[in-house]
Design a protein around this ligand. Structure first.
Ligand code: CMP
Length: 143
């Protein structure tokens, strides 16, 4: 079992894609363990993307990620990281596979609608960035 972080970015919210994206997540068999809508402030967005601090697009990325609300969700499943990455496609929508979320809905390499963790380790780090242990360990109810 792996965890991965989904962020529906401000452009995804503006385009009213929350339902469409969550539908695809569930249809792919990934479990939504925890989910929240929030407005990122510059400090939090900067901390989340700290690994990109030296990149030329860093300030623009922080501006964009704080331009409106986002939805963050912790997804769980076997090979969840690679399965979710297959669903969203490459960072650059022009290079993303046909039928992927970014190919279908993203405007540019920056405004690319969704984020997904890029490794198992980052899946753990990034889900813990937004959610506490109590949220992530929640057991699904059985009928
Ligand atoms: P994400 O998968 O959230 O990880 C880092 C984000 O930085 C990425 O999606 C894009 O939104 C943005 N990004 C990555 N590469 C570039 C680039 N070359 N130019 C502008 N933005 C980028």
């Amino acid at each position: 079992m792996e965890k991965t972080l989904l962020i529906i970015k401000p452009d995804g919210i503006q385009k009213r894609l929350i339902g469409e994206i969550l539908r695809r997540v569930e249809a792919a068999g990934l479990a939504i363990k925890a989910m929240r809508m929030l407005q990122l402030d510059r400090r939090t967005a900067g901390r989340f993307y700290a690994v990109h601090k030296e990149k030329p697009f860093y300030h623009s990325l922080v501006e964009y990620m704080t331009s409106g609300p986002v939805v963050v969700a912790a997804l769980e499943g076997i090979n969840a990281v690679s399965r979710f990455r297959a669903l969203i496609g490459a960072t650059d929508p022009d290079k993303a596979e046909e039928g992927t979320i970014r190919r279908l809905f993203a405007d540019s390499i920056e405004r690319n609608v969704v984020h997904g963790s890029d490794s198992t380790e980052n899946g753990c780090i990034e889900t813990s960035f937004f959610f506490g242990t109590a949220d992530l360990e929640m057991v699904e109810s059985t009928e």
